[in-house]
Write a new protein. Structure first.
Length: 489
């Protein structure tokens, strides 16, 4: 993937994409605002969610060990994966041990993050996505572009064409003369997926939450496909990031109020599935939990950036972001697009690549993302923090080891400009001389900056320099001491 500016330059020229995104995001955020306004204690719930997450992250080692004990006691098996490669290897070996070559999947950001479908395909195992939007993406040989609605960049006509052309290659074909009516598209998907549900012996999921005290996992969804994958297969494998843990069932109550309102604008999720280990009477006979680190411990070591681990994947920040609305999710080059992806991906993967170093700049810093976040993640603060890391380098945690990274390439001019500005601001006489010089040479100022500054002025107008500086105006109107000429009212 190219850096975000190059990818966004291409995607913003796609008028159909921009129209699809504009319609979808505006609709979702308007409905969300209505749902949130129904709760008089929304701000208190938001603060409670942030406090629960922060407390859990401070004692994450304790709660993870408690979770492992509870899952094991309930008949489950717990595996620890330090990175994506280890997680993929564990899941692949677990599926191979069953002798199966097909699995059904619940929508999962963690498995997208590690590229699980590709790893399984390499081992000769086919993974079938069962979430409607994920199914659209898979059939279209596409990539997700939104956390909640992965196919948000597709309209109904495009979806109909994908179903008609590709569905037969993956199983039951689409009905003849399929229309783009939502009911017809949903029925085609239901018939196609029903065969997968009834035949699958292995299911793979993530989890929205894990409860440490009981070893219970929770998946919330709107379609029922998750319930099918979690209950019908004989073997269930769940890949979950270590930050998804909450201490008690009482803590879960807070998130089951804020998550549906912030994501789907519903008062509660249509399907909330919970399971604890295994039982002979119902559900899978074998349950495996793969706890995924993949950069999360390194993120936890950053006292500013660790806020990102509060995220409950509601996608509210995407729906209000002016940058995401215009550029789309693919430009971020990650399973996590939008504002949350701009702060989470560079922490999970580092800022060494050109793409990851560009993500903290994929924002206008307007603050709308912070205002809607149900767990009060100060995304603008983290963006500025990560921009400093990109430009200046410095100490970070990499695979659990404290390391000093070098500044990213291409920021030498920026560093020089900022250091020069700092020096000038520390020397009032130099600053005053520079201001006067800028005012007296106004006629000769270019409309665009030369050299490295051209990228900035290509998309912005240079501010006009006033005829005199504020300091000179103050002296002229108020006197040198600041008291002469003061008007009274």
């Amino acid at each position: 993937m190219p850096a975000f500016p190059a990818a966004a330059d291409a995607s913003t020229r796609n008028t159909r994409l921009r129209a699809n995104l504009r319609h979808a995001t505006h609709t979702i955020r308007a409905k969300r605002a209505t749902a949130v306004a129904e709760l008089d204690d929304w701000s208190s719930l938001r603060a409670a969610g942030a406090a629960i997450k922060d407390r859990t992250l401070r004692h994450l080692d304790h709660y993870l060990e408690q979770l492992e004990s509870a899952v094991t006691a309930a008949g489950g098996h717990v595996h620890w994966a330090a990175d994506a490669d280890e997680a993929n290897r564990i899941v692949t070996e677990l599926v191979q041990a069953t002798g199966e070559r097909e699995v059904v999947k619940v929508k999962s950001m963690a498995t997208q993050e590690i590229g699980l479908n590709g790893a399984l395909a390499t081992a000769g195992i086919t993974a079938y996505e069962t979430d409607l939007a994920e199914l659209i993406v898979q059939l279209g040989d596409d990539l997700p572009s939104h956390i909640l609605v992965p196919a948000i960049h597709r309209n109904r006509g495009e979806i109909r064409d994908i179903f008609a052309e590709k569905m037969a290659q993956w199983g039951r074909p689409a009905p003849e003369r399929l229309t783009d009516a939502p009911a017809d598209l949903a029925e085609a998907a239901r018939l196609h997926l029903r065969e997968k549900f009834l035949n699958a012996k292995v299911g793979i999921s993530g989890a929205n939450f894990m409860i440490a005290e009981t070893g219970t996992l929770v998946v919330v969804e709107s379609e029922g496909n998750g319930r099918m994958c979690l209950t019908l297969p004989e073997t269930l494998i769940s890949v979950v990031g270590i930050e998804k843990i909450v201490p008690t069932f009482q803590d879960l109550e807070v998130f089951l109020q804020v998550l549906p309102r912030s994501s789907t604008a519903e008062r509660m999720n249509p399907y909330t599935s919970t399971w604890t280990g295994t039982t002979d009477a119902d559900g899978p006979r074998t349950f495996h939990l793969v706890l995924l680190d993949n950069g999360r411990t390194d993120t936890l070591a950053d006292t500013v950036g660790r806020q990102a681990l509060r995220c409950i994947r509601c996608s509210a920040c995407l729906n209000v972001c002016p940058v995401y609305e215009r550029a789309g999710g693919h430009a971020y080059g990650s399973a996590y697009p939008g504002p949350i992806g701009a702060i989470l991906t560079p922490q999970l993967r580092g800022v060494q690549s050109e793409l990851d170093a560009s993500l903290p700049y994929a924002s206008s810093l307007c603050g709308a993302c912070y205002e809607v976040c149900p767990v009060a993640i100060d995304i603008p603060e983290i963006l500025v923090h990560l921009r400093e890391r990109v430009v200046e380098g410095g100490p970070v945690s990499v695979s659990g080891t404290r390391t000093v990274i070098k500044p990213a390439k291409g920021h030498a001019a920026e560093r020089a400009a900022m250091r020069a500005a700092r020096w000038a601001l520390d020397h009032p006489r130099v600053l005053r001389t520079g201001q006067r010089l800028a005012s007296r040479t106004r006629r000769f100022h270019p409309r665009r900056l030369p050299g490295p500054g051209r990228a900035w002025s290509d998309t912005r107008e240079l501010p006009k320099v006033p005829e005199e500086s504020f300091r000179d105006w103050w002296r002229r109107t108020r006197g040198e001491s600041g008291t002469e000429g003061r008007k009274t009212t």
